[in-house]
Design a protein around this ligand. Sequence first.
Ligand SMILES: Cc1cc2nc3c(=O)[nH]c(=O)nc-3n(C[C@H](O)[C@H](O)[C@H](O)COP(=O)(O)OP(=O)(O)OC[C@H]3O[C@@H](n4cnc5c(N)ncnc54)[C@H](O)[C@@H]3O)c2cc1C
Length: 372
Amino acid sequence: MRRADVVVVGGGPAGWAIADACGRAGLGVVVIAPGGKRVWAATFGVWADQLPGRFPGFASARVLGNGRELGREYVVLDNAAVCAELWAGPAEALDDEVVEARFGRRGATLLLGSGRRVACAVVVDASGPRRVVSGGPPRGVRVEQTAYGVVVPSAAADGIVRSGDAILMGWDRPPTFLYAVGVSSDRVLLEETSLAARPGVGWDVLRRRLHQRLENEPAALAVERVRFPVDLPATPLWHRGSVPFGAAAGMVHPATGYSVGDALALAPVVADAIGDAWPRGPVAAAAAGRAAVWSARARVVHAMRLHGLRALLTLPPDRLPEFFDAFFALPPDLRKAYLSGREDVAGTAGAMAAVFRTTRWEIRRKLVLSRY
Ligand SMILES: Cc1cc2nc3c(=O)[nH]c(=O)nc-3n(C[C@H](O)[C@H](O)[C@H](O)COP(=O)(O)OP(=O)(O)OC[C@H]3O[C@@H](n4cnc5c(N)ncnc54)[C@H](O)[C@@H]3O)c2cc1C
């Protein structure tokens, strides 16, 4: 049987961020993921001020939300370079999948698809929405973000997005919006996005809407299809066993779909919490890890963001541009608090209250009565 201090289930951004951080904290780490070390395929955007400096990407200096300049730099990760940076640490990778975990007072034993077993003190579940060792996928039809995008040469996107600009949300054709970002010096991603719907809007619909927007079917260098749930609950307080992290922990922002910036920024904090509690045994170390992921303030913010999601779902599609216009018109500190202030209770509440104050009564009524 193979042994490690920490086993990380999953090789996405959350998995490798926490594996790298635990390795730096002096723990012996094994990452178990189908495919082993495989560069992430998705286009991941994060706020530059959230991104630890050692992770490279392509930055857009002028970022627009519904035509308004947000004054905050946005970076599309260079996945190959970020993965290389994370893989350079001491964490090992196993190309396998976890089928079962047995937890005890001295740690856990993981059973793998190949028939192998791995024993460890702490298991971090970074398996995304599948949550393979944390109770499995949540039941019921989820609220999903979906998108269909094409990567084209920057020159082909002239007239849609200027070189060096990023359009986070272009709400000129609700109920979906345009997300347009530079992914390298000569390529842009143009993506028709449905922010949140239950179930998610189909790719065929989004593809048709994108082609209508572009007035033709572009010669794409690559195609991206996005689908993931945004309403995953935060790890319950009574959870025992694993340390869920990333999407598996419900870290996806319910009203925006972002989690990668938080995972990269939070990983060292969680790893240090696990390391500090290590002398008190596996159960205490895992509990310390969970507490670092979900502080009381982060739980309150998550609940407020879920309310924001409910509000979004009740708004009629033709009111979405007006609603987001009110949001993007907020002072920068309030906007930032709502978008990425994971523990900023006052800022999140302030942003929501300010949007409420500035919208018309018809929208306010929907926001107050929102339920889903
Ligand atoms: C196409 C796309 C684009 C997105 N763009 C952004 C963005 O720009 N910015 C942003 O912040 N968020 C974005 N998101 C949303 C979200 O942040 C991502 O889903 C992100 O990948 C979540 O990271 P994660 O590491 O928690 O989970 P995942 O990336 O889903 O990783 C889960 C890992 O677990 C592995 N796994 C699954 N089952 C098992 C098993 N049984 N045993 C072992 N391993 C297993 C998978 O193979 C995978 O490696 C996007 C999502 C998608 C799908």
